[in-house]
Design a protein around this ligand. Structure first.
Ligand SMILES: [Zn+2]
Length: 452
C-alpha cells in the first residue's frame, strides 16, 4: 500500500531520548515509500521539492500543518489481550483468578465463532487506531483460527502489530486448554500463516500465558530503566480499563508519584531524597515510554518511535485547537505550542487525533478508516449519523459449553431489563435505533441488540 511521496511541513514533537521533548518547528518531513527520506528546515521547501522531483506535482503534496496542529509519533502499546477488548471496562469488581474464570476464559473461548471474532476484532483495531495506537503487541486467544482472523483484520485496516497465539497447557479450564503437543503445532501454524503474508507491518510471536513478557509493573519503570532494561508502556486491556495510550501515560505519571509518596511515608520523612526523585516520571518521560520505549521493547527502535531519516512514518496529526464543546480542553492566546502539547498529553483524547499514519499511509482521517474494506468513506452528511450510531450488531454467537455459561446468562438478563426500560426512551435512543435500522435487516429482533 505504497503512498505517493509527501512533504509535510509544520511542527513535529517527539522524544528521541528519555525525558527529552524536542519540538521541530517549521520543519519539512519528506515521506517516501513509507519512510522518512528527508528532514529539513521549512525555509528549504523549494530546494527540497526540486530534490524530490517538482515536475511530479501530483505525487508531491506539500502540507502546512495549521496553527494548533502538530505531529507526534504514533503510540506503541506493548500489551493488549485482543479478545478481552469485548469486556473492557467491566469485571472490575473481582480478584484476578475469579476474573479469569468468570470473564476472560469464556470470552476468549467464544472467539471460536469466527464471524463474531471478525466483528469484534474489527472494532478493536479501529478503536486502538482511533486512539493513536499505530503499533500494538496483541495476545490472541488459544484457538488457531481466531488468531488468523485477528491478523487478517490488522492487515486490512493498516495497523502495525506483533501478534501471538496464546499458549496455555496447565492451570486453565479443561475446555479452554491445549495439550503441549497441540499448542506447539498450532503456534507453528500461526507463525507460518502470518509470515506467509509477507507483511512488513505484522510480526508473529510466541506468547505463553502467565509469563510476564512485556510490561513490568509501572511502579518499577524508572528503576528498570536505570538498570538498562528495555521498558515500554501497555494498556493491558482488559485488565487495564482503557484502550488509550494517553491514559496509560497519565497512569504511569500518577502511579510513580504515588510510589514516591509511599516511600516518603514509610521513611517517616518530609524531605524527598534524590533516590526517591528518580522514581517520578514526567509527562515527557511517559511519552518516551509510549513511543521510543515501546519501539525498543518490541525490537523496532530502528523503524519507529521518533522522527528520524530512515525510520518509517508512523505519526498522529494532533489538533489542539478544538475547544469549547468540540474538544476535551481549551487553549488560550497567551499559551505557546509547548503548553498546547502538554495539554494534549494530559487532557487530550481521540477527538484531537485528526489523522493517523502507519508506514506513511493515512489509515484514519476524521471518523473514516480509509483502508476499511467493509465500509465506504462517509460523506460529511453521514458524519452526524455515524457519531450517534451504536455499536453495530454482531451475528448471533455460537452457544458456549463452558461451566460459566449460567453467570453469563444472568448478566444478559440484567441487560435485557435495561433495554426494556429504554423502550420508553428519549430522542437520542430513537435516533440511535434509526441509525441501527439502516445497518441491520428490518427483521432483526430488538432483544438481540439489547443483549449485546
Ligand atoms: Zn496482561
Amino acid at each position: 500500500m505504497a503512498a505517493p511521496t509527501t512533504i509535510f511541513r509544520g511542527t513535529f514533537f517527539h522524544t528521541p531520548a528519555y525525558g527529552q521533548l524536542d519540538a521541530l518547528r517549521d520543519t519539512l518531513v519528506v515521506v517516501q515509500d513509507g519512510k522518512i527520506a528527508r528532514i529539513a528546515p521549512g525555509s528549504e521547501e523549494a530546494a527540497v521539492m526540486r530534490e524530490f522531483g517538482l515536475q511530479q506535482v501530483r505525487q508531491l503534496q506539500a502540507r502546512m500543518a495549521m496553527e494548533g496542529q502538530y505531529f507526534v509519533p504514533g503510540f506503541i502499546d506493548t500489551h493488549v489481550h485482543a479478545p478481552q477488548y469485548k469486556f473492557t471496562g467491566t469485571g472490575t469488581d473481582v480478584p484476578l483468578m475469579d476474573w479469569l474464570e468468570k470473564y476472560t476464559f469464556p470470552s476468549e473461548c467464544s472467539f471460536r465463532d469466527l464471524e463474531a471474532a471478525q466483528h469484534r476484532y474489527s472494532l478493536l483495531v479501529k478503536r486502538f487506531l482511533a486512539n493513536g495506537t499505530t503499533t500494538a503487541m496483541y495476545y490472541g486467544s488459544l484457538h488457531l483460527a481466531p488468531n488468523t482472523v485477528l491478523v487478517d483484520t490488522i492487515e486490512a485496516l493498516g495497523q502495525r502489530a506483533v501478534v501471538g497465539k496464546v499458549n496455555m497447557d496447565r492451570h486453565s479450564p479443561e475446555d479452554y486448554m491445549e495439550s503441549t503437543a497441540d499448542g506447539l503445532r498450532d503456534a507453528e501454524e500461526f507463525l507460518k500463516y502470518t509470515l506467509a503474508k509477507k507483511s512488513s507491518r505484522i510480526m508473529p510471536c510466541i506468547t505463553p500465558r502467565f509469563i510476564p513478557t512485556c510490561t513490568p509493573e509501572l511502579m518499577k519503570v524508572a528503576h528498570a530503566l536505570s538498570l538498562g532494561l528495555k521498558v515500554g508502556l501497555g494498556t493491558d486491556v482488559a485488565g487495564g480499563i482503557s484502550p488509550s495510550m494517553l491514559t496509560a501515560q497519565r497512569m504511569a505519571v500518577v502511579n510513580s508519584r504515588c510510589l514516591r509518596a509511599h516511600k516518603l511515608a514509610v521513611a517517616g520523612g518530609t524531605r524527598v531524597t534524590p533516590e526517591m526523585e528518580t522514581d517520578v516520571i514526567t509527562f515527557k518521560e511517559a511519552l518516551w515510554l509510549a513511543t521510543m520505549g515501546g519501539a525498543q521493547a518490541l525490537d523496532l527502535a530502528d523503524r519507529i518511535g521518533s522522527f528520524e531519516v530512515g525510520k518509517e512514518f508512523d505519526a498522529l496529526l494532533v489538533d489542539t485547537a478544538m475547544g469549547g464543546t468540540s474538544g476535551p480542553f481549551d487553549v488560550f492566546a497567551d499559551e505557546d505550542d509547548l503548553n498546547h502539547f502538554e495539554k494534549f498529553i494530559n487532557l487530550g483524547d481521540d477527538r484531537n487525533l485528526v489523522e493517523v499514519y502507519v508506514q506513511g499511509v493515512c489509515v484514519k482521517r476524521g471518523s473514516a478508516f480509509l483502508l476499511d474494506p467493509t465500509s465506504a468513506v462517509p460523506t460529511p452528511a453521514d458524519e452526524m449519523r455515524l457519531m450517534r450510531a451504536p455499536t453495530p450488531a454482531e451475528p448471533e454467537a455460537a452457544p458456549l459449553d463452558l461451566a460459566h455459561e449460567s453467570s453469563d446468562g444472568s448478566m444478559a438478563a440484567a441487560r435485557d431489563g435495561e433495554g426494556a426500560n429504554a423502550e420508553t426512551a428519549d430522542e437520542a435512543d430513537t435516533a440511535a435505533r434509526e441509525a441501527q435500522a439502516e445497518t441491520e435487516p428490518e427483521s432483526t429482533p430488538r432483544t438481540k441488540r439489547s443483549r449485546r
